[in-house]
Ligand binder design. Structure first.
Ligand code: 2HA
Ligand code: ZN
Length: 283
């Protein structure tokens, strides 16, 4: 895609996607973060030799994650810029391993030799633990972006998961197919806190996509490519809805019965069971 090459496969795949997030206007300055649960067996076989490049550094987790014990993650570093993902990959990314029965996060590679994982590490790990179980291991990648149209909606709509989900599903049939599990709204909270990690875990038990109201999106999917597509679809639908609000609001509503019909027809091919809100927008 970009001709970008790196000696670590997962960095080679992830860095161009992060750079693209910046080009889309989703991750200004140090905004946003990314993590990818790696296939531990593959990683051990192919990459173990790289781990001697750095002295291991440990962080004791306030929120232990026993379900992730032994897992490796590619993670963005605290304060790092998505814009620099392809030009400075060894600073922007690090690889950590969860050890000691989930109590310790050990940096085994990267972060420019002295950095540390993202300030949102607690939420990323909690999200992985929840989504690994809910998706039976399918989902591996978590992406947080400050997508502007979606953030704008948080100031125009009530803080309601049903209202937001319904508004976006109505914008394009693709939305229902890409996020049939809808969007859960987490009310405004301090970024990087244990509180937001806890609230996010509850929301992520229901859906792969959550809105950190007045802040951004937090989404989980199978690969860097598919999580990008998920965020892209949500942001496009948000842009259409915001345009409609600027024009005085939608004059007509999609009949959710059509979505119910679609869900029956597509059934097993949907990525998650649909969660069709009963309430009408604004009610
Ligand atoms: O600065 O986006 O949520 C990184 C963030 C915190
Ligand atoms: Zn953020």
């Amino acid at each position: 895609m970009t001709g970008f090459a790196h000696r670590i496969d997962c960095v080679e795949v992830a860095a161009p996607i992060l750079r693209l997030c910046w080009e889309m206007g989703w991750n200004e300055a140090n905004g946003g973060n990314f993590s990818w649960r790696l296939d531990a067996e593959e990683f051990d076989a192919d990459m173990r030799h790289l781990l001697s490049e750095a002295m291991p550094r440990d962080i004791v987790l306030q929120n232990p994650q026993p379900e992730l014990d032994g897992d490796y993650f590619l993670v963005t570093g605290a304060g790092q810029f998505f814009r620099r993902a392809t030009s400075h990959p060894d600073d922007v990314f690090g690889i950590v391993r969860i050890v000691d029965e989930g109590r310790v996060c050990r940096t085994v590679w990267g972060f420019g030799g002295g950095g540390r994982p993202t300030s949102e590490l607690a939420t990323h790990l909690t999200a992985h633990a929840v989504r690994k179980e809910r998706s039976e291991g399918r989902e591996r990648v978590v992406l947080h972006c400050h997508i502007p149209e979606f953030i704008a909606l948080g100031f125009l709509l009530p803080l309601s998961s049903d209202v937001l989900t319904r508004a976006l599903w109505q914008m394009m049939p693709e939305c229902f197919l890409v996020f049939p599990d809808g969007i859960r709204v987490v009310p405004p909270m301090c970024p990087g806190s244990a509180e937001i990690a806890r609230a996010s875990a509850e929301a992520l038990a229901e859906s792969r996509v959550i809105s950190w109201a007045h802040h951004g999106i937090f989404a989980s999917e199978e690969s860097p490519d598919s999580v990008f597509a998920l965020v892209e679809t949500v942001e496009k639908a948000s842009g259409i809805y915001r345009k409609l609000l600027s024009a005085g609001g939608p004059k007509y509503e999609l009949d959710l019965g059509i979505l119910e019909e679609l869900a029956k027809k597509l059934g097993a091919s949907l990525v998650a069971p649909p969660n069709i809100p009963k309430a009408r927008a604004g009610s």
